[in-house]
Design a protein around this ligand. Structure first.
Ligand SMILES: NC(=O)c1ccc[n+]([C@@H]2O[C@H](COP(=O)([O-])OP(=O)(O)OC[C@H]3O[C@@H](n4cnc5c(N)ncnc54)[C@H](OP(=O)(O)O)[C@@H]3O)[C@@H](O)[C@H]2O)c1
Length: 327
C-alpha cells in the first residue's frame, strides 16, 4: 500500500512510519523535518502545513495518516487527497466530561467544535474542541476513515516525560511515594501498540471512531508492573491526594508533579475508558512491564530522552512531612 504519514519525525507518527515500513508498505512522511528525521525505510518529503505546497507529493495514496491539531491543516489535506482512506489521530480530550468512568465514543459527550485555528496549547478544552472539528472534517471529506482517540501514549521516544518518570524512579527502588490509592484507575497505551493498530486500520480500511487506549488497570497493579519491568521491589508509601495537594504536588505532569496521577473524582473517567470496541477492531497491547523496561532502556541510552516529575529531594521532603504526622 502507498501510505502518506503527515508527520513522521516525532513519537507516534514516527512509530507509525516505522511499523508501516516494517510491514512492507511504501511510506512517505511529509513534514518540515525540523523535529527530527524520518525513520529508515520511509521517504521524506518536505512540507510545511502552515503554507503547504503539495506538488512534491504524489496525487493519490491508499491511506493518509494524520496527527494534526489545526482544523485548517486537516481541511486542506483532506481536500488534497479525498479518495484516500484516512486514519485521523484525535484524542480523548474531545470529551467534555472527564469524570465518567466506562465511557465510549457512543456514550460520552463531546466539546463543541472549534473550527478555527487556535493555539492547541491554550488548554485541554481548546485542544479537544479543535480535534472535534478535525474529526468532522475527516468524516465528511475523506472517502472512508478511522478516527482514533488515544488516551495517554507512553513508551520509548515519549517527548512528554510523563510515564517516563516512573521506570527510573522505580528502578532506584527504596521507599517510593505512590500517589492516591492503589485502587485508582490507570489506563495508557504503548506507542508501538497504538502504531501497529493504526497501520492495521489503514490496511483494513476500518470504518469508525474508537478510543485508542489499553485495558484499565489500577494504580497498584500499574506500579507493580513497572517494578516487574525494571526488576526491583520498592517499598510503596501511598499518600492520599488531599495530602499531596497540601504539599503542592501537582498531578499529571510538570516539574513538581507525580506524573500519571489525576485528581478524583473530577478525572475518574480520563483513564477509565471502555475500549472493548477497539480491541474488537484489532488493537492488541503488550504487558506494561515490557513498556516500562523498554522506556528505561531508552532513557539510559538516548541523551535526548526526557522525564518530568518530582525531584528525588522533593519526593523525600514530602515523605518526611508525611512521616512527621506519625504515619
Ligand atoms: N502524547 C499523548 O499522550 C497523546 C494523547 C492523546 C492524543 N495524542 C495525539 O497523538 C498524536 C501525537 O503525534 P506525534 O507523536 O507524531 O507528535 P505531534 O507533535 O502531534 O506531531 C508532530 C509531527 O507533526 C509534524 N509537524 C508539526 N508542525 C508541522 C508543520 N507546520 N508542517 C508539517 N508538519 C508539521 C512534525 O514534523 P516537523 O516538526 O519535523 O515538521 C511531526 O512529525 C497527536 O495527534 C496528538 O494530538 C497524543
Amino acid at each position: 500500500m502507498k501510505i502518506l504519514v503527515l508527520g513522521g519525525t516525532v513519537f507516534l507518527s514516527k512509530a507509525v512510519a516505522v511499523e508501516a515500513a516494517a510491514r512492507g508498505h511504501e511510506v512517505t512522511c511529509a513534514c518540515r523535518g525540523t523535529s527530527g528525521s524520518v525513520p529508515e525505510g520511509a521517504r521524506h518529503v518536505v512540507l510545511d502545513r502552515e503554507a503547504p505546497d503539495w506538488s512534491a507529493l504524489e496525487t493519490a495514496y491508499d491511506t493518509v495518516i494524520d496527527v494534526a491539531r489545526h482544523p485548517s491543516r486537516v481541511r486542506d489535506a483532506v481536500a488534497t487527497f479525498p479518495s484516500a482512506h484516512w486514519v485521523f489521530v484525535s484524542t480523548v480530550n474531545v470529551y467534555s466530561d472527564d469524570s465518567i468512568p466506562g465511557g465510549t465514543p457512543d456514550t460520552l459527550p463531546l466539546h463543541d467544535p472549534i473550527t478555527t485555528d487556535e493555539d492547541p496549547m491554550a488548554s485541554p478544552e481548546v485542544y479537544g474542541a479543535m480535534k472535534v472539528a478535525c474529526e468532522q472534517i475527516v468524516r465528511e471529506g475523506a472517502a472512508t476513515s478511522t478516527v482514533i482517540r488515544p488516551g495517554l501514549i507512553v513508551g520509548p521516544g515519549d517527548p512528554s516525560g510523563r510515564f517516563s518518570y516512573w521506570p527510573p524512579r522505580v528502578a532506584d527502588a527504596g521507599e517510593v511515594l505512590a500517589p492516591g490509592s492503589p485502587d485508582d484507575p490507570v489506563q495508557l497505551i504503548d506507542v508501538r501498540d497504538l502504531a501497529g493498530w493504526i497501520v492495521g486500520c489503514a490496511e483494513h480500511r476500518t470504518d469508525g471512531t474508537f478510543d485508542g487506549t489499553g485495558h484499565i488497570t489500577t494504580r497498584g497493579a500499574f506500579l507493580d508492573e513497572v517494578s516487574r519491568g525494571v526488576g526491583t521491589r520498592p517499598q510503596w508509601t501511598w499518600l492520599p491526594q488531599e495530602f499531596l495537594v497540601e504539599q503542592e504536588v501537582d498531578p499529571w505532569s510538570g516539574d513538581r508533579s507525580l506524573p500519571v496521577w489525576l485528581p478524583l473524582p473530577e478525572y475518574a473517567g480520563l483513564m477509565a475508558h471502555d475500549s472493548a470496541a477497539s480491541f474488537a477492531a484489532g488493537l492488541t497491547t503488550r504487558p506494561l512491564a515490557d513498556t516500562a523496561r523498554d522506556t528505561l532502556t531508552w532513557l539510559r541510552d538516548d541523551p535526548d530522552s526526557t522525564t518530568t516529575g518530582l525531584s528525588r529531594e522533593d519526593e523525600a521532603a514530602v515523605l518526611r512531612a508525611w512521616h512527621s504526622l506519625g504515619e
